[in-house]
Design a protein around this ligand. Structure first.
Ligand code: MN
Length: 530
């Protein structure tokens, strides 16, 4: 069981008031969950405490750590919302409510809806801290997944792999991403996980000694160049990420050079390039394998120099060079923009922090890509459900980006954005379907299945029968009534908004399909294993 000392011990630089606040939440949560057990037989409170510890490690503020301690107390009905607000304030309740709300959106394995769900989760998180608590919560749930009934395990693991790990990745939280992936992988595909583990072990044994020699030689050389304050370690590739790469390389292990990589962390950007020069003077680089993610960061803000060199001692080796600051950001991502003290002053700090970094203008482009659709949405609907307004932290980021990147680039980004003008709607089972704005039940039916569209008899939105012309709004729950005798009519063509629906309608009406190549979509996010 995580002790309060362990949690507080991670809160470097915290004020006595903050520490007292977390200690109070610890005792309070312990009492609230009294007598309640986890599947593992542990007291339920162990989960709350473990979640809080992760948040403390991530440098989150006292309110967020306390929210981690209390995140399940309201949902279990053990504490009333009013009482929680009275004891711990509005801000904490706000985070706890947000976490509860995220929990209601579940992934049921329809891979084509995965991206919609990721975006929905980010968009409904009214505060970035909500997402971070949710990720910390998920991390501990994954660590104890073996105790959960078997029929639930796979769904939870798949959700972790398809939804939460990618969200962590897009928020730049590399450490969280690979932890979640490797915890989930064995439950999703046990054979592949075993195979990847064997490959990694084999490769590590082969290169271990040689790599240590390379490390030694390189360090000596760097010292000779006057670089004295740096550190290096050997980083092992995550199993899931290795699995992805094995698939891409047709299981040819000899083509994978970064299972064990040498990582060098130096003080400044200049030092990075000096180190690179030293590395290339010492070992011959493989042509085409050098990547300058410092000048060209990844969409999630990741920065480093990657080069692959041939060494006499360890064969082909990948070397990663970065500054301390880049290293911190690669691990903690968006969370590292909110060090302990800054968060207390609210989200506006996040925007300022982002502005400070000259590279962050192009960082977090995934988040940036969400903003236009959210702004559209906020103008259009103001119902209580779904995404109704731009969460302040997203708006802050948007503004920071506008200022830094110059409005021209930003506006261009908006225009091009694949995701602008979308609405999120739900099936009665809770799957999220995303459609172009002004879509109708006809579009929805075809998005689910062509058979459902072709036999669409009627539609209910939020339990009420509606006409086919009805424009769907964010958060609507749409139910399709199917009947064998129902068929599309000519009129549907005017109502349908998606080309998918129109194509099917035309085909059923016996109209010849215009010869048009399939629309290629700009993929804004390419899955990439580092
Ligand atoms: Mn929980």
């Amino acid at each position: 069981m995580t002790s309060v000392k362990e949690i507080v011990g991670e809160m470097a630089g915290a004020s006595p008031e903050d520490i007292a606040f977390v200690e109070k939440a610890y005792e309070y949560s312990k009492k609230a969950h009294e007598g309640q057990l986890r599947y593992s037989g542990e007291p339920y409170f162990a989960h709350a405490a473990a979640t809080a510890k992760v948040l403390a490690e991530y440098g989150m503020d006292a309110t967020t750590i306390a929210a981690g301690l209390l995140h399940d107390a309201v949902e279990d009905g053990r504490v009333s919302r009013a009482e929680m607000e009275k004891e711990f304030g509005k801000e904490l309740l706000f985070i706890v409510d947000g976490v509860t709300k995220l929990g209601t959106h579940k992934y049921r394995g329809a891979e084509r809806h995965a991206e919609s769900l990721r975006r929905l989760l980010v968009a409904t998180a009214s505060d970035i801290r909500v997402l971070i608590v949710k990720l910390a919560d998920r991390k501990h749930n994954m660590q104890t997944l073996e105790y959960v009934p078997e029929h639930k395990r796979r769904r939870i693991a798949l959700e972790t792999l398809e939804i939460y790990a990618p969200i962590a990745d897009r928020l730049g939280m590399g450490k969280m991403k690979s932890t979640l992936e490797d915890l989930a992988f064995p439950y999703v595909d046990p054979d592949a996980a075993t195979h990847a583990a064997e490959v990694r072990k084999l490769k590590t044994q082969e290169t271990e000694d040689g790599l240590a020699k390379v490390q030694k030689e390189l360090l000596r050389e760097l010292k000779a160049k006057g670089l004295t304050t740096f550190r290096s370690d050997i980083r092992m590739k995550g199993l899931w990420s290795l699995h992805q790469k094995l698939k891409r390389k047709n299981d040819d292990i000899s083509l994978i050079h970064d299972i064990a990589a040498l990582r060098i962390v130096v003080p400044t950007v200049e030092d990075c390039y000096t180190t690179l020069g030293t590395v290339h003077a010492l070992y011959k680089p493989l042509p085409g394998e050098f990547k300058d993610y410092i000048a060209f960061p990844k969409p999630n803000g990741y920065q480093s120099l990657h080069t692959t060199v041939v060494t006499p001692e360890a064969g082909i080796v990948e070397i990663q060079i970065r500054t301390e600051e880049m290293h911190r950001r690669a691990q903690f991502g968006i969370a590292s923009h909110m060090t302990y003290k800054q968060l207390g002053k609210g989200v506006e700090k996040l925007g300022k922090e982002v502005q400070k970094s000259r590279f962050s203008a192009i960082s977090f482009s995934w988040i940036r890509s969400l903003i236009p659709s959210l702004m559209k949405v906020s103008r259009k609907s103001d119902g209580p459900k779904g995404v109704t307004k731009v969460p302040p932290w997203l708006a802050e980021l948007a503004e920071a980006h506008t200022e830094v990147a110059g409005s021209e680039e930003f506006v261009e980004g908006l225009k091009e954005d694949f995701f602008s003008h979308r609405v999120f709607v739900f099936t009665p089972q809770g799957d999220v379907i995303d459609l172009p704005a002004q879509s109708t039940p006809i579009d929805f039916a075809y998005a689910i299945h062509s058979d459902l569209g072709d036999h669409l008899q009627g539609a209910k939105v939020n339990g009420k029968l509606v006409s086919f012309e009805t424009e769907l709004g964010n958060g609507d729950i749409v139910e399709i009534i199917r009947r064998d005798s129902a068929h599309p009519s000519q009129k549907w063509l005017e109502i349908a908004r998606t080309s998918l629906a129109r194509r099917h309608i035309r085909a059923t009406l016996g109209m010849t399909e215009p010869a048009k190549p399939p629309r290629t979509r700009r993929r804004f996010w390419k899955k990439k294993a580092a």
